[in-house]
Design a protein around this ligand. Structure first.
Ligand code: MOS
Length: 710
């Protein structure tokens, strides 16, 4: 491997092990595999928002050139896994199951043809008539219909609504719109049946084993008869955490036409088929003493879900956890609407909750005339406020200091709307984030070959953070061998089981298994070497002396009982400096900085990229992203990249990431904590707070578009 010269200021550490494959196009994504005899599937969606199908005329589509089949609920073979469930129970959408329509765009037909273009054309020929019924798609006008998930109790610590009696208080409502993951890579699957009871899929997924289980369950197959391959994923952010109806449809279609079927969602499908961050209303009440001690936090939230399935997330949890406050009460409600089901999106729950809580904390800082960082320090939780447990590690106070210093926080003028730079209003804002630090179970196989190379495999995916790079770094450090001698493979269900890539837990979970496997290999080498340690340069020699072609261990690793003794969280603080044009209301990010307490940083280069990426995602949430429904029709108006805006290069001039980089002593052998979620959690509030500091205008409904500032 050739030497990479680091840019000035870029951190040391291994460059992305698959970077060259990705930028040269040799890394293949699910839709790019050449499969002999492949056919193409295109979905047709419902044009009504609620009701049922009256008639479906597929004749024209079936007779169109190249068409092999048109699948609808009328002719679809029964999916065995669908039949065993209680028919009336809420749950995942069952595709081609019956005539019911729950949302606009719900798939009603799948056309399979010999080319993509022919399938696309034939899909336009499917004629459906409907019995339309009334529907609700508007969260704001349906807030009163919200119900507590599973009829669960509301959270209460100390006394409820204590903020109301405080000397200084803030009481405000906040709104986030529906936000769609929209990774660059469209969701795609190629399904081929190898035998009557055996199927292989190239599939975009965050969970190799969970996809294997879902498909096996749907088609009642032994799990090992489902082969899932997903070696490269072009971004996901939560959208590929579960198996969606289009994946089941492709597997079904391959059975029907007895040929491999490739199904790639269109960009428009991405808005209605693979979830989103739900439109959510929130209300925060904060009460404090005149010297800035919080005496009460009340946090209410109502998020939308579909009529057929409940999706819940921890929107209000952050208010129970973030600050030392004796009186906290929270309430969370679900509003069922005629929309598709939401799904976790980076920082699920907390990113939404932090926008409200951290905006309200900023409002309180102005009401008290106390610096926002100082206010947070005065309410710093030294132990977990929810359980009283000690933290496994918490260096958020360091992160505040590092960030304030690096961004030049002392230059911030506490009086809003007073600083101008070249005719633009300038302002600084900050906000904090937190997310649980988790460790699950993973199994890896590690083989040391007689040529001194180390090969490690496990059935995890990499949706972008650089899992292969981090695992290679861990293996090379534990074994004391150079990283180019390490070959880490992932993305195939025939490999030992690993968790789904989600919840910021893969480095902690899979990294521990890699670390444990390497430690075991070293012990075996030591035994072979007459119980004396060998320098890494001598590994190959030991194998050769014993005539061993390889040394192999399979190791399952999970956390021990110590995990229950501590409260484990990653922490972040985000700083933003913005310029706002006083006439047009255009917001420009001039400088962004995120500082994370994510334990020991295993892979500095990819960690930095991940933090910056999360900040950019938060900038999209704050300033641009909003999926808009025309409530007259219940249909999305901007299900494309022309109308649904995401940040582009020109929107993101300079964002930097710094790390406290102190190991967590309990979570795992590396001392690492998760980072994927805290990279985004808090960013939207930091931007809203910066906009307020610049303009004196507080925007509480995202996105902060220019019309809200003029
Ligand atoms: Mo993430 S929302 O755990 O993919």
């Amino acid at each position: 491997m050739e030497k990479i010269t680091l840019d000035k200021g870029a951190p040391e550490g291994l460059s992305r092990v698959d970077g060259r494959m990705k930028v040269t196009g040799r890394a293949k994504y699910s839709a790019e595999y050449k499969v002999a005899g492949v056919t193409y599937g295109v979905l047709a969606g419902s044009t009504i928002t609620s009701g049922s199908i009256k008639t479906i005329d597929t004749k024209k589509a079936e007779n169109a050139p190249g068409v092999l089949a048109v699948i609808t609920y009328l002719n679809a073979p029964k999916i065995p896994g669908y039949q065993t469930e209680t028919p009336a129970a809420k749950g995942a959408l069952k595709i081609f199951y019956d005539d019911k329509i729950f949302f606009n765009g719900q798939p009603v037909a799948l056309v399979i043809a010999d080319t993509f273009e022919r399938a696309l054309f034939a899909a336009s020929l499917v004629k459906v008539t409907y019995n339309a019924t009334t529907f609700q798609t508007n969260l704001k006008s349906n807030l009163s219909t919200g119900v507590s998930p599973h009829n669960g109790p509301d959270y209460l610590r100390g006394s409820g609504d204590a903020y109301k009696n405080a000397p200084v208080k803030v009481e405000q409502e906040y709104l986030i719109p529906t936000e769609v993951h929209n990774p660059m890579e469209l969701h795609a699957i190629i399904a081929s049946w190898d035998a009557d009871d055996k199927v292989s899929v190239y599939d975009k997924t965050q969970g190799i084993k969970s996809t294997q289980r879902s498909i096996a369950q749907a088609f009642k197959l032994p799990q090992e008869n489902v082969h899932v391959m997903s070696p490269f994923v072009g971004g996901a952010f939560g959208a590929a955490l579960r198996t969606w109806p289009h994946e089941i449809a492709a597997v079904l279609a391959a059975k029907v036409v007895k040929k491999p079927v490739k199904l790639v969602l269109s960009r428009a499908d991405m808005f209605t088929s693979v979830g989103y961050r739900p439109h959510t209303w929130q209300k925060i009440g904060l009460g404090a003493t005149a010297d800035g001690k919080l005496t009460g936090i009340t946090h209410e939230a109502s998020g939308q879900t579909s009529v057929y399935e409940d999706f819940t997330e921890g929107v209000v949890n952050i208010s129970q956890l973030m600050y030392a406050c004796p009186n906290v009460n929270t309430k969370y409600r679900l509003v069922s609407l005629n929309v598709n089901t939401p799904t976790p999106m980076r920082g699920p729950g907390e990113a939404t909750g932090a926008f409200a809580l951290e905006s309200a904390m900023d409002e309180l800082s102005y009401a008290l005339n106390i610096d926002p960082i100082e206010l947070r320090m005065r309410n710093y939780a030294e132990t977990d406020p929810q359980t009283g447990k000690p933290y496994s590690s918490k260096f958020l106070n360091d992160a505040y200091k590092i960030g304030a210093d690096a961004i030049g926080w002392s230059k911030r003028n506490a009086k809003p709307g007073t600083v101008k730079e070249n005719g633009w209003l300038a302002g600084y804002g900050m906000a904090a984030g937190m997310f649980g630090a988790y460790r699950g179970s993973a199994t890896v196989v590690a083989r040391l070959l007689a040529d001194g190379t180390l090969h490690i495999e496990t059935a995890v995916t990499d949706i972008g953070p650089g899992t292969g790079t981090a695992m290679t770094t861990i293996a090379s450090e534990v074994m004391g061998i150079s990283s180019d001698k390490v070959n880490f493979k992932l993305g195939d269900s025939t490999m030992p089981p690993s968790p789904t890539q989600g919840g910021s837990s893969v480095t902690a979970t899979v990294g521990s298994a890699v670390s444990d496997a390497c430690t075991q290999l070293k012990e075996k080498l030591k035994e072979l070497n007459g119980n004396s340690e060998s320098a890494s340069a001598g590994y190959a020699q030991i194998l050769q002396q014993h005539n061993l072609p390889q040394l192999e261990v399979t190791v399952t690793s999970k956390g021990g009982p110590e995990l229950g003794k501590y409260a484990m969280y990653s922490w972040s603080v985000h700083f933003m400096k913005v310029l706002v044009h006083p006439v047009t209301g255009v917001v420009k990010i001039q400088q962004g900085l995120s500082v994370a307490d994510a334990g020991h940083i295993v892979s500095p280069k990819t960690a930095r990229s991940q933090m910056i990426g999360g900040s950019i995602m938060g900038a999209g949430m704050a300033l641009m992203e909003e999926a808009v429904i025309d409530h007259r029709y219940g249909r999305l108006m901007n299900n494309n990249f022309a109308d649904y805006h995401v940040p582009v290069q020109a929107d993101i001039p300079q964002i930097e990431a710094l790390f406290v980089n102190k190991p967590d002593p309990y979570l795992n052998p590396m001392g690492a904590k998760g980072m994927g979620e805290i990279a985004t959690i808090g960013v939207a509030a930091a931007l809203a707070n910066a906009v307020y500091n610049a303009t004196g205008k507080r925007v509480r409904d995202l996105p902060i578009t220019p019309d809200k500032l003029v």
